[in-house]
Write a new protein. Sequence first.
Lengths: 76, 306
Amino acid sequence: MVKIYTTPYCVYCKMAKEFFKKNNVAYEEVDVTTDDKLLEEMVQKSHQMGVPVIDVNGEIFVGFNRPDIEKALKIS
Amino acid sequence: MYDLVIVGGGPGGVAAGVYAARKKIKTIIFAESFGGQSLVSAGIENWIGTKSVSGFDFAKMLEEHLRAQEDIDIVDGVLVQKVVKEGNSFKVTTSDGKEYQTKTVLLTSGSRRKKLGIPGEAKLDGRGVAYCSTCDAPIFKNKVVAVVGGGNAGLEAVLDLIPYATEIHLIQRSDVLKGDIITQEKIKSSPKVKVITMAKPLEIIGDKFVESLKYEDRNTGETKEIKLEGVFVEIGSIPNADMVKDSVELNKYGEIVVDHKTQRTSLPGIWAAGDVSDVIYKQNNISAGDAVKAVLDIYDHLNRSL
């Protein structure tokens, strides 16, 4: 289960989503600008305020570092 | 053995790659990512031939143009860590531990963000201290924020924040803003923006998240404090010249000194162009043009040394 917290113009969010699509990874996108509760959820999970935040089966990543996400998803 | 190694995937590196491929120079290009520092720009409106393009689409355009070339090796996602002269050629070491041999090197490795280097900045990074305004501006909805830096990047960060923040303090060290007049006019027309010149940031204060920013009023020497929840840092950049810092002449800013006719560096066989070089104006269009100049000179050099 992959969940990504985003804002509309965040380029690293777009890069992460393109990466998921390219690798056929199903993901749920949460735009934190649509609801303050979602933003709170993201801050609670990641203890910080920057996007993207990527939740891979409960493992939380701040930003989009391709090698880290590949490792978490076991994509070589 | 390659004829040419290009370091960087910004407008300089990609322009060089396109020209080198069309000249049939045996080339490999290393790009950590494409688009250079403009990648995070909300809109680029001065890339000639394009009225407006987002940084993301700009990066894609560059990558597609490069990948459309035949006969060029492209390695993305890695950094070049070291360039060492060995006899008449160079050994290039990358962040994944591989080594490559080449006759010439073109450095278009650009620059990276400078940090403030004041107490609280590192601890509160991501906890109110932010470096990507297009990414994180919406998160500061209904909050008071500061932008540090009155150059173009700082002004653009203010523009990104105007729709969301309640109050934006633009902190500038010198007595005037430096960015484009057209952008200065835009931000000054917003009642949310307060420009504070002659201000030197001293400390970012906060327990879990940013709570305030202390700065010195350079006119009076007084320390002042603004209660706020966000600090966006846009104070310029540091050239990515570490891979040649022991072998090539750098100026006091760490930029690679080049001959501006040919883009040659102090070490024959290495060229540099764009923001990593001591070019006065750091611009996408100029980086592309200077990198093309470099490739044409490299082409002549390779043919002369046949």
